[in-house]
Design a protein around this ligand. Sequence first.
Ligand code: ATP
Ligand code: MG
Length: 237
Amino acid sequence: MLELRHTEVRYGKRTSVSDLSLQVHAGEIVTLVGGNGAGKTTTLKAISGLQPVARGEIWFCGERIDALAPHQILAKGLAHVPEGRMLFKDMSVQAHLELGSVRASAHALSFNDTLAWVFDLFPVLKERSKQLAGTLSGGQQQMLAIARGLMSQPRLLMLDEPSLGLAPIVVDTLADIIRTLHANGLSILLVEQRVDLALQLAQRAYVMESGQVTLSGAAADLARDPQVRQAYLGLSL
Ligand SMILES: Nc1ncnc2c1ncn2[C@@H]1O[C@H](COP(=O)(O)OP(=O)(O)OP(=O)(O)O)[C@@H](O)[C@H]1O
Ligand SMILES: [Mg+2]
């Protein structure tokens, strides 16, 4: 469904991601794991068209997308929930969801049906639909960021650090929502600092270091890998 082939991404002269190849198959949760500055966010930005690709190719559902604008990529069914959520604090929940639906693909459900589906997943957003985003709790803001992404009815959802700054109980709710979305057939590319959780949720994982993939495989295998356990799970060998 999604394939990166030898992708390189630069900020000015500086190469942040190089020779990166990865795939997400239809119906999979794939996680991208790595330390601070490894290039995870940069990779997601390159996929969604927010950062230009200097070399290599990105393909989505049989089409090459690496030269397209972000709104065109979104319209093809690839949504990105950014690190830090990027909400407008003076805009209501409902207005965020309307904005999220602007690039819904032509064969999508109606706005009202999509909204009903999203409210079903996130009842708290329905209760608070008129509230300004800035007045929501951190967990509710993350739910809103995901809900906004879902309003475009993506085929693939990319989540960048969804659990960041959230209380453990909220992280559990979020994990349940990710499982539900996956059970509904959505493909997910997950970047998550809670590596233990990411490896539980995902079927496959890629480990990135200094802008390159250093290890990849079944998530269950990587969770048992001594190198991964030591570097990312805080466990000794
Ligand atoms: N806007 C930018 N301009 C210049 N360099 C950047 C920019 N954003 C990121 N970088 C650099 O690119 C590299 C990869 O950063 P990136 O944010 O992709 O890492 P990350 O894996 O998402 O890290 P984190 O876990 O901290 O979110 C880092 O060296 C970072 O300093
Ligand atoms: Mg990041």
